[in-house]
Design a binder for this molecule. Structure first.
Ligand code: HCA
Ligand code: CU
Length: 369
């Protein structure tokens, strides 16, 4: 798989989620956390005179992020918004335009030739105002006619865009269908192609990784998947998968818990105990079968060591406890009981009606001896 880029849109797409309104201080904390995690590009917001805080945010973000992290703005194809964006001096402007007839005709009451002309005009305007790099986001690409998607990607390339982004705006793609879309568009243009996947059927991260495997060059994500409706590809999942399964060393999963907690607090959201990579209980094990495997070799039942995400393994003992797990655990702490004592202890633990932590189990064992 070629080098991919992660583009975070927590401060743009994530801020569109209901009930979410980031403060200026929270935005800066989030930017700092994203940079620490090694994110390649941060979309700081939607360029519009309605967002007067953006010029200052861009200015302040420059001092916070690593050299290798680009600062981007998202923008509709509207002259006033493009002029506002240019005055903020982003590294990248993501110009967004719909390509499905549902959006073009029903929402905008325009036609495909309007889309083509507006796209050309907007790219040329943005370049003439000195924006160094233009990414073109094709909204609702997954429900658009493929020939038109490819034609707009080609038009964007011919007029100076540096990247195409395919949006699965209502999250209806599968890993197979997004891969086909990426392959088709990559066949039509020689520009980098990215994806922006929504999570309406819980497949945003899977679709994004499938897109990368099909040759996509970047993926959009938001922390905790914040965004419209069910949100988007979760940044923590993408970082985790790329770093911990694929061995990509640019991304730093150990910074994910702090980043996710910062965003959860700023957005007023809770993080589920089993949330991938950052949930409080993902390395807590209560079952005898798994505890036995973990005692033999943690890799039997863990995809990566807890320390990689700043966590620790926690064992608990209760009605799911097993004999072999208890024996191995006590031996690890230098407590050697006879087989029948361990059988007896296991029975007592299973029946005690509580869930014991490791220290409590040891005390229980000493008392029972
Ligand atoms: C939205 C627009 C967008 C745009 C994506 C892009 C989408 O719904 O607010 O410009 O690449 O999902 O289509 O986020
Ligand atoms: Cu979106």
């Amino acid at each position: 798989m070629s080098r991919c880029k992660l583009i975070d849109s927590t401060l743009r797409e994530g801020a569109q989620a209901p009930g979410v309104a980031f403060t200026a201080a929270a935005r800066l904390r989030i930017i700092a956390g994203l940079s620490q995690a090694g994110i390649d590009e941060i979309e700081l917001g939607a360029a519009s005179p309605l967002h007067p805080w953006l010029p200052e945010l861009l200015h302040e973000a420059r001092d916070l992020v690593a050299q290798s992290c680009s600062l981007a703005l998202w923008c509709r194809c509207k002259d006033d918004d493009i002029a506002f964006a240019a005055a903020c001096h982003p590294d990248v402007l993501s110009l967004s335009i719909p390509v499905s007839d549902r959006h073009i005709r029903e929402r905008l009451r325009k036609d495909r030739s309007w889309v083509r002309e507006t796209l050309i005009h907007s790219i040329e305007l943005a370049l003439s105002l000195g924006i160094p790099s233009i990414s073109v986001g094709l909204e609702d690409a997954s429900r658009a006619e493929l020939d038109f998607v490819c034609a707009m990607a080609t038009t964007a390339a011919q007029h100076g865009a540096s990247r195409i982004r395919l949006a699965d705006t209502v999250g209806i793609c599968s890993p197979g269908s997004i891969s086909e879309l990426v392959l088709a568009v990559k066949g039509a243009v020689s520009l980098p192609v990215g994806v922006h996947c929504h999570n309406d059927f819980g497949m945003a991260t899977a679709n994004s990784i499938a897109a990368l495997e099909a040759g996509a060059n970047s993926l959009d994500a938001t922390v905790l998947g914040l965004g419209e409706r069910t949100g988007c590809c979760r940044l923590e999942e993408a970082v985790g998968y790329l770093a911990l399964v694929q061995g990509n060393r640019r991304y730093k999963p150990e910074h994910l818990p702090a980043l996710c907690h910062t965003v959860a607090e700023a957005a007023g959201r809770k993080i589920a105990a089993n949330h991938p990579l950052v949930g409080a209980d993902i390395f807590t094990c209560e079952t005898g079968l798994h505890q036995h495997g973990l005692a033999v070799n943690p890799a039997t039942y863990e995809p990566y060591p807890p320390e990689r995400v700043g966590s620790t393994r926690t064992l608990r003992f209760g009605q799911k406890t097993g004999f072999r797990a208890v024996a191995l655990h006590l031996a690890k702490h230098g407590l050697h009981l006879t087989e029948s004592e361990i059988q007896q202890l296991t029975k007592q633990v299973r029946a005690c009606g509580a869930v014991l932590n490791e220290g409590e189990l040891l005390r229980f064992a000493v008392a029972a001896k």
